[in-house]
Design a protein around this ligand. Structure first.
Ligand SMILES: Nc1nc2c(c(=O)[nH]1)N[C@H]1C(S)=C(S)[C@@H](COP(=O)(O)O)O[C@H]1N2
Ligand SMILES: [Mo]
Length: 454
């Protein structure tokens, strides 16, 4: 790459602030009627009321006459005394980064307690989601539960039903593992057509953390679980949502499933289930029960409300699929992505995230011409099983319209489908498990839009 190429390629990179809190409120107040069409018009309405971001703020202009005042005039931070240690006992991001926020989709839900916030994927680096930006999905609001009062029970087909305190759990041998959690409904608004404008809203119901906790099999063994006849466990949350989910025993005896208290080196955040949540690698988020208070060992699936009425997939035949747990291989380009603006022709680093609920990502191909030609992207290390994988690929934009896509393949050989392929099997009326290839249209004026190719 020539040095000249690097001077171009400026980008307005943070579209996440294009909806103000006020804008979102207005939209909520406006309508409680339709769903997908409404979501689309809600975004349009909100965006219309917001001023375009200042272009220069992202640039680095040096005056024509030469002499960058940022270098010539010594700034205060080079001459004065900085702030003292422990100004803040728990550090926060720079004040210049306050636009990087998890956000709610206007029009998606009618109450804020049974709702979703989306991670700002387009602003994140690497594969770990900062805990404060982890997406949230609550069915009945979140709680900050006193860990000294929290109890975890193991019962059902066990010799001795047991109750554990947090202290008792935290003194047991622990594991720490990186895993993604993706809500089964991630990208769910897009089944029929384009509905939302940015990567935050198309794909932001995924996050990836290092979780720490105790393999569930350890706790089952302590209770003397009947592992021969016990084929399933029921996991139950301690909030008012009665969140209960069936987990197949095979995922537990393999040692993969664990009860976690740690997230990215500290205790779980309250929004994410403090003080205890289930980690079920590769499986949709709903099974990662938060505020975990009980598991029951049983010999058949429990068919609870959240697996009999919700979290089922309507097929073109009119039948529903049930117990579709695994999050299949998927990827998304996070830059350039919807809402961003490319200000110049020239070099851009196309970057994104790929994952698979069945293991490691093996390969990611990137197209800039809507899927006619593909180039392999670089997978950045580490590449871990059932964790996010970061990919990058060089691109020189010629200023013409371009359709950017990524297509991931996992270690089982499974290839992420196009919308056409996915709809041929699943139809268009599902909510869950949309893992289709995402398309971003870079327009001649540099604006990037969410599009779907038929
Ligand atoms: N107790 C409880 N557990 C829960 C939920 C809930 O509402 N209550 N929501 C589930 C759903 S649908 C998802 S996608 C994940 C979201 O986890 P997060 O909020 O940490 O991102 O938690 C799951 N576990
Ligand atoms: Mo979810």
């Amino acid at each position: 790459m020539k040095h000249d190429d690097l001077s171009a390629g400026r980008i307005i990179r943070a579209p996440e602030n294009f909806l103000s809190r006020e804008g979102i409120k207005t939209v909520f107040a406006e309508g409680k009627k339709g769903r997908r069409d409404f979501i689309r018009s809600a975004f349009a309405a909100a965006a219309a009321g917001v001023a375009a971001p200042a272009v220069l703020a992202q640039g680095n202009p040096v005056p024509k006459e030469g002499g960058d005042t940022n270098i010539l005039n010594l700034p205060e931070h080079a001459t004065g005394l900085g702030q003292s240690v422990v100004t803040d006992g728990y550090g926060k991001p720079s004040k210049y980064e306050t636009n990087v926020q998890r956000r709610q989709s206007p029009g998606l839900t009618q109450t804020n307690q049974a709702s979703v916030s989306f991670s700002p994927l387009q602003s994140l680096f690497g594969i770990v989601t900062p805990s404060g930006l982890h997406f949230e999905r609550h069915h009945q609001g979140w709680w900050d539960i006193d860990p000294s009062k929290h109890r975890f029970m193991v019962n059902g087909m066990v010799k001795t039903p047991k109750v554990f305190t947090m202290d008792e759990i935290m003194r047991l041998p622990s594991v720490s593992r990186f895993h993604f959690i993706e809500c089964g409904a991630n990208s769910g608004a897009e089944w029929g057509n384009v509905a939302v404008p940015t990567a935050q809203y198309t794909h932001g119901m995924i996050s990836c953390s290092e979780f720490t906790g105790v393999p569930l099999i350890t706790l089952l063994e302590l209770a003397g679980a009947d592992l021969k006849n016990g084929k399933f466990v029921l996991a139950e949350g301690g909030d008012g949502s009665s969140m209960t989910r069936t987990i197949p025993m095979s995922l537990i005896t393999s040692g993969e499933v664990f009860v976690a208290y740690g997230q990215n080196g500290e205790m779980l955040r309250p929004e994410n289930g403090y003080p205890l949540r289930l980690v079920v690698p590769g499986v949709q988020g709903v099974s990662w029960v938060k505020y975990l208070r009980r598991v029951e060992v049983g010999d058949q699936p429990y068919a609870t409300k959240d697996e009999a009425i919700h979290y089922i997939d309507l097929q073109p035949s009119g039948l529903h699929r049930q117990y579709t747990n695994i999050q299949e291989c998927k990827s998304v380009v996070t830059t350039p992505s919807g809402g961003q603006v490319l200000l110049d022709k020239g070099f851009y680093n196309i970057t994104g995230l790929a994952w698979s609920g069945r293991g490691k990502v093996k390969k990611v191909d990137v197209s800039v011409d809507g899927g006619r030609n593909w180039r392999p992207a670089r997978l950045e290390s580490p590449v871990m099983s059932k964790a996010l994988t970061r990919f990058n690929v060089d691109w020189v934009w010629d200023g013409k319209p371009a359709i950017i896509q990524s297509r991931a393949t996992d270690e089982t050989g499974y290839v992420q489908p196009t919308y056409k392929q996915l709809r041929a099997v699943r139809g268009t009326r599902s909510i869950y498990h949309n893992n289709a290839i995402q398309s971003w249209l870079v327009q001649e004026n540099g604006e990037v839009k969410n599009v779907q190719l038929s």
